[in-house]
Design a protein around this ligand. Structure first.
Ligand SMILES: Cc1cc2nc3c(=O)[nH]c(=O)nc-3n(C[C@H](O)[C@H](O)[C@H](O)COP(=O)(O)O)c2cc1C
Length: 183
């Protein structure tokens, strides 16, 4: 008779229990904005690797298409739709944003300003960019959340062309490992 608890099955059982332990014990949330899908693709993979839940940040009013009026995207009212900003039951926050004019998207800035019940909790950031601006974007995210008493853990930078080619697995695996170390 084949038993699930047999000696041969032990490594598989151990691996599933470790993943289950991570998912059950830790409430990790990824709050993200994505205009054209790159950031969303990355965070969906990250969520499937870590068991984190996804919270999409959405503009209250849809911005115009990039190319037509890029500048209006940057100056548009950054109001966002209602979403989860109370982190009472969140143990670890991951913020993900595309770079817009060398900083986080204004919708993400708005979200960061609305986060509550987060003092002492850890956070990380995923920053998606076309050519650069990631460091300044990260420092803006850190400034906003550290001011609220949150503790910075790690960051990952992904590039538009790599995301389109599906070449970002290693970056996300390394990033996921930094989160698992904390929880
Ligand atoms: C309004 C706007 C401003 C942008 N500014 C920058 C920038 O300063 N530096 C950069 O590398 N990419 C910039 N980008 C490109 C985006 O960061 C890049 O296309 C990213 O992959 C978009 O992610 P998304 O598909 O999740 O929206 C900008 C894009 C938009 C729409």
């Amino acid at each position: 008779m084949i038993s699930y608890y047999s000696r041969e099955n032990f490594p598989y059982l151990f691996a599933s229990l470790s993943i289950a332990y991570f998912v059950i014990t830790m409430n990790t949330m990824i709050a993200y904005y994505s205009h054209s899908g790159h950031t969303e693709k990355v965070v969906k993979d990250l969520a499937s690797k870590t068991g984190a839940r996804l919270e999409r940040i959405e503009p209250a009013h849809e911005p115009q298409k990039p190319g037509k009026a890029l500048s209006s995207l940057l100056t548009v009212q950054a109001d966002i739709k209602e979403c989860k900003t109370d982190l009472s039951d969140v143990d670890f926050l991951i913020v993900a944003t595309p770079v817009w004019a060398d900083g986080p998207s204004p919708y993400v800035e708005k979200y960061l300003s609305m986060v509550t019940n987060c003092r002492g909790k850890p956070f990380s950031a995923v920053i998606e960019t076309k050519v650069g601006g990631g460091e300044r974007t990260l420092s803006r995210i850190r400034k906003a959340l550290e001011k609220k008493g949150m503790k910075y853990v790690s960051s990952a930078f992904t590039f538009e062309k790599d995301v389109e080619a599906g070449r970002y697995d290693a970056v996300i695996d390394r990033f996921a490992a930094t989160i698992k170390k904390v929880v």
